[in-house]
Design a protein around this ligand. Structure first.
Ligand code: ME8
Length: 516
């Protein structure tokens, strides 16, 4: 058997500083959907997420609660893992930057770069934004002299510190970005990064002495490693960098680092230079997705519009939330979430289009054929057209998924669902059932409905894993759904002659909207 092609995808590791909101859930859902698609397409996937647990912000938050930082992060990280379980996130490893495996690697990398002369000791005076853990130059501040990311005040800080010689790598990085158009996507982010580097890169301060919740610099332990230097290294820890050459060579370079648009800079510039210093390849792609806003406004605690993903999942179910996020938001652009549009999508797309198609199909198969399908004669032009559309759907969907056009891909699958509902109206099985001369035609219609739904169940599996499994079961398939592959639906007609369908159960109840 030939070896599967490896595919390594990551999300950012989240700060355990607050509860995760729907924006974090969005990023992880996108990564999960890509990971699931790649598994379906036969890749050997490694999907990594985790938590970014060091830094002054965490230390201060723990102090405020009168507990140790580790007690603080343990509790919050447990809530992350619970959210990912509820949302059906299929990660292969969960990295915590407080784990010994990570601690050790960060120290080894720091030491290696120091030994080769790319980290040196100096003094730092700069403008620091504590919430963002970021230093800024005067030129970078916003019009009010505040942090350009979060727009909160910055403080002038002076300390003895270690510096990473990023300036040395600026030209090489710029050349790399120019020669590798896929490295930073979408293209708007790529242009931003090029402009940023063209202003010139300064050496980066990579240690702190003002707090101690971090990984000590191995040869000077009153310093802790700068949290971004520590955090970015997370992508190397679980794949065995410097420890397990076989695993590392298999999965590195990563295929995709999926990140929010505001941290593309860290993932391309700092990370790019760190990897160049280590002499290893850069990730194939850093993809900067947009932000989710709520009813048109940025989520913020003070406005009180922060959407809690757990509450949403409890009310509507994980698959409905996943479907909404993936379908409504074009990857790379900002997107809006509103309760009304969510309920609208559930009622029209999930309860109506998909739910009804499955329900009508199974009830007709039961009513007219006691659930047993016959594959064979009776094929009409309607059937041929449906087969053709199903084949085109699989091809278009696959191409779109390969391009990370998730919203387009799910819409492609939905066009097949809508077309199949129309096919029922065109072929009118209830009329065929009254005419004995049309027995074979009715058999063909029932077969085509089940086979199309079989295809649909596979296409939607990366988006709505639980729903896809339920459809698979209701259609009467007893094979292991986790082992299903895209190749299984490459050709029309894998549902066998004599197949017996299962029992219909409602997939999505309609949500009644109370009129105020
Ligand atoms: O940045 N819409 O962690 P983090 C979409 N620890 N995405 C959003 C969002 C929104 N409204 N709000 C936040 C960190 N995000 C670092 C990462 S990686 C080596 C270290 C996304 O918990 C945001 O864009 O602040 C980012 O990608 C992610 O949540 C992490 O947020």
């Amino acid at each position: 058997m030939s070896e599967k092609t490896p595919f390594y995808i990551t999300t950012p590791i989240y700060y355990p500083s607050a509860k995760l909101h729907i924006g974090h859930a969005y990023c992880t859902t996108v990564a999960d959907t890509i990971a699931r698609f790649k598994r379906l397409a036969g890749y050997d996937v490694f999907f990594l997420t985790g938590s970014d647990e060091h830094g002054q912000k965490i230390q201060q938050a723990a102090e405020k609660e009168g507990i140790t930082p580790i007690q603080y992060v343990d509790r919050i990280v447990a809530s992350f893992q619970e959210l990912w379980r509820l949302l059906g996130i299929s990660y292969d490893d969960f990295i915590r930057t407080t784990q010994p495996r990570h601690h050790e690697l960060v120290q080894d990398i720091f030491q290696r770069i120091y030994d080769q002369g790319d980290i040196y000791k100096g003094a730092y005076t700069g403008l620091y934004c504590t919430p963002c853990e970021s230093y800024w130059t005067k030129l970078q501040l916003d019009e009010n002299g505040c942090c350009p990311d979060c727009h909160r005040p910055v403080q002038e800080v002076s300390e003895e510190a270690y510096f990473f010689r990023m300036s040395k790598y600026a030209d090489r990085l710029l050349a790399y970005i120019n020669e590798h158009p896929d490295f930073i996507q979408p293209v708007s982010r790529r242009n931003e990064m090029i402009a940023f580097i063209e202003q010139g890169l300064e050496d980066l301060c990579v240690s702190r002495t003002s707090f101690d919740w971090g990984i000590p610099v191995p040869f000077d332990p009153k310093h802790v490693v700068y949290v971004w230097f520590d955090a970015l290294t997370n992508y190397l820890t679980p794949i065995g960098y410097m420890h397990d050459a076989e695993k590392f060579n298999k999965y590195w370079p990563a295929d995709v680092h999926l990140v929010g648009k505001e941290i593309v800079r860290f993932h391309t510039i700092i990370w790019g230079c760190m990897l160049m210093a280590l002499g290893i390849d850069l990730p194939k792609k850093v993809y900067g997705h947009g932000w989710l806003v709520v009813d048109g406004a940025k989520m913020s605690k003070s406005v009180g519009n922060v959407v809690d993903p757990i509450a949403l999942i409890e009310e509507f179910g994980a698959d409905a939330v996943r479907y909404f996020l993936l379908r409504e938001i074009t990857l790379g652009q900002d997107g809006n979430i509103s309760r009304d549009t969510l309920i609208g999508r559930i009622n029209s797309d999930l309860a109506n289009d998909l739910g009804n198609l499955l329900h009508r199909t199974l009830s007709m198969a039961k009513k007219y054929r006691k659930g047993v399908l016959a594959k064979g004669a009776g094929r009409t032009d309607f059937d041929a057209a449906l087969e053709e559309m199903a084949a085109a759907t699989v091809a278009d969907y696959t191409a779109q998924m390969e391009q990370m056009e998730l919203s387009a891909a799910i819409k492609t699958a939905w066009a097949l669902i809508s077309r199949t509902n129309k096919y029922i109206d065109e072929t009118a099985p209830w009329t065929l059932a009254k005419d004995e001369a049309k027995t074979a035609e009715l058999d063909a219609v029932l077969y085509h409905l089940v086979e199309t739904l079989h295809i649909v169940s596979v296409l939607i599996a990366p988006f709505m894993p639980t729903t896809a499994r339920r459809i698979h079961e209701q259609l009467g398939f007893t094979s292991d759904f986790d082992a299903v592959q895209l190749a299984d639906i490459a050709a029309w007609g894998t549902t066998p002659d004599g197949h017996t369908v299962g029992t219909a159960e409602q997939l999505f109840p309609r949500i009644e909207v109370e009129k105020a």
